[in-house]
Every structure is written in structure tokens, then in C-alpha cells.
Design a protein around this ligand. Structure first.
Ligand code: KIV
Length: 294
């Protein structure tokens, strides 16, 4: 890993590192985190990290590392299930992956993503899908995409006792309509993003993801809302930051978006280990006597 200079280590202006016993990251509590803890963190001005997870073992590593919120994102489509986009992901797949992540964790709040086609028909379909993730997988909250266009779904889920994390800006389930472009550039687009942010807050969402949005606009949304904003490619001023774990740990191949910081090179580590194993097998140096039973 490259060493960071002192200047690079400086937190963004306004960042507040929580150190109290209640802090979401680094706090003392061992019970499972709830959406009420997330709301309280915004009131304290505390920043927090969120990572995606798609399986029990990876989730258990992040849980032990103290990551307070994990998203079983439909990015599982590209990062775990081998699809090209998130569009083909099904409710059966999200339920199975979410249940595994819940089983692998004891502290993190687990948020299950509602996949494309599982809530767009309307509030009743959204409630049926979200209920499945809560009852069968055991998630503590669900996430769905869309601002004003999804506010009726959010209202019914919240009325029914299911906490909702909203997701606006770039919404990858709409890739066929919007592509993968920065959202909220220009006056009208910025106004629409602010309207979307207020709509999901008014509908009762406990937090909102801002994906690929200009940093200044994300900062304005964060100042305007009383619910926390979770940024991905949205600058340094959001209340929380989320990254897709396979990007963050260098397992995803190919070109990474500018907003990804890579903290490890798992693709190289795993590839090197696989080659070493193969060479041991073909060269007869594995297994040795110490690996054998008699
Ligand atoms: O599916 C996902 O992983 C997401 C995050 C990128 C926010 O929606």
C-alpha cells in the first residue's frame, strides 16, 4: 500500500470523528445496530461507513472490523452472480444472499436491496417484496431506488413497520434509461435531486444514498435533510460513505470508477495463491507428510 502524506490524512472540513461509547464505528455497544442508532448519529454529527456484503463469511469479517451498516446490494448482480448489470437480479437471489449476511453478523444493521421489478408496480408489490426480506432473510431495513417516483412505496413500507433506505442520483436499475452518468448537473437536474431527497425524507425514509452526484450538491442535500445521506461518488460532505466491497478490496477486475479507493489488491493475492497451489500440486510439493493422515 502507498503511504499517505499528513495532508492526505486530513479529514474533510466539517468531518467529525465520533469517539463516544455510542459511536456507530468504534463504540462500545455489541447489540445489533438499529435505524434509531443511525438517526441518533446524524443528530451527533457523526460520520459512518457502510460496505456491501453478499455472503456470510465476508460479512463476518466486516462485522468483526466494526462496520456498522452492511448493504446486501443488488450490485451482487455484477459483483457476485456474474450478471452484466443489476437488472436481472431476482427476489429469490436477494433473499438467499441477505439471509447469509444476516447469519454471518451479530452487530451490523443489515439493509437488503429490493431488486428491479420487485417494487415498481406499486406500494403493495413493494410491501410484499420487503416483507419477504424481513421475514425470510431477517434484514433490519430495505433499500429501494427512486425519489419522487418511489415515495408511495416508501410510505407504505414505513407505515407497515419496515425501515427504508432510499437511493437517488444514479440509480443503476434504470441503466437502460439513464446510463451510468453523473446526475444532478445543471440547474434543473439539481432542483430535481433536491425534490427527490425531500420526497423520500417526507415519505419516512431513515437514510438516503446519493450516487454519483456533484460534491457541492450532495453537501447541500446533506445540510438540508434531517436524515443521513450516504454518499458513493458524492464527495466528502455526506453523513456516511458506502463502497462496493469487491471494488474497495480490489477483487473486481477492470477499470474502477474515480470515486473508488482501493484498500487492498485481493485479485492479485488470490491469483498468486491459486498459482502457488497449482504449482505445488503439479510439482508434487503438496500435500507433504504433514498434510497427510494415516
Ligand atoms: O447495490 C448496491 O451495492 C448499491 C450501492 C452502490 C449503494 O446500491
Amino acid at each position: 500500500m502507498t503511504q499517505l502524506s499528513a495532508a492526505q490524512k486530513q479529514p474533510a472540513e466539517g468531518a467529525l470523528k465520533a469517539t463516544g461509547s455510542k459511536a456507530l464505528y468504534g463504540g462500545k455497544s455489541t447489540r445489533r445496530i438499529t435505524v434509531r442508532d443511525i438517526t441518533a448519529a446524524k443528530e451527533r454529527g457523526e460520520k459512518w461507513p457502510m460496505l456491501t456484503a453478499y455472503d456470510a463469511m465476508t460479512a463476518s469479517v466486516f462485522d468483526e472490523a466494526g462496520i456498522p451498516v452492511m448493504l446486501v446490494g443488488d450490485s451482487a448482480g455484477n459483483c457476485h452472480l456474474g450478471y452484466e448489470t443489476t437488472v436481472p437480479v431476482t427476489m429469490d437471489e436477494m433473499t438467499m444472499l441477505s439471509a447469509a449476511v444476516v447469519r454471518g453478523t451479530s452487530r451490523a444493521l443489515i439493509v437488503g436491496d429490493l431488486p428491479f421489478g420487485s417494487y415498481q408496480e406499486g406500494p403493495v408489490q413493494a410491501l410484499r417484496s420487503a416483507t419477504r426480506l424481513v421475514k425470510e432473510a431477517g434484514v433490519g431495513a430495505v433499500k429501494l431506488e427512486g425519489g419522487e417516483r418511489s415515495h408511495r412505496q416508501i410510505e407504505l413500507l414505513v407505515e407497515s413497520g419496515i425501515p427504508v433506505m432510499a437511493h437517488i442520483g444514479l440509480t443503476p436499475q434504470s441503466v437502460n434509461a439513464m446510463g451510468y452518468r453523473v446526475q444532478g448537473r445543471g440547474e434543473e437536474a439539481a432542483h430535481q435531486l433536491l425534490r427527490d431527497a425531500k420526497a423520500v425524507q417526507d415519505a419516512g425514509a431513515f437514510a438516503v444514498v446519493l450516487e454519483l452526484v456533484p460534491a457541492e450538491l450532495a453537501a447541500e442535500v446533506t445540510r438540508t435533510l434531517h436524515i443521513p445521506t450516504v454518499g458513493i461518488g458524492a464527495g466528502a460532505e455526506t453523513d456516511a460513505q458506502v463502497l462496493v466491497w469487491t471494488d474497495m478490496l480490489g477483487l473486481t477486475g477492470g477499470r474502477m470508477p474515480k470515486f473508488v479507493k482501493q484498500y487492498a489488491d485481493l485479485r492479485r493475492v488470490m491469483g498468486d495463491a491459486a498459482k502457488a497451489f497449482a504449482e505445488d500440486v503439479v510439482g508434487g510439493t503438496f500435500p507433504l507428510e504433514e498434510h497427510s493422515v494415516h
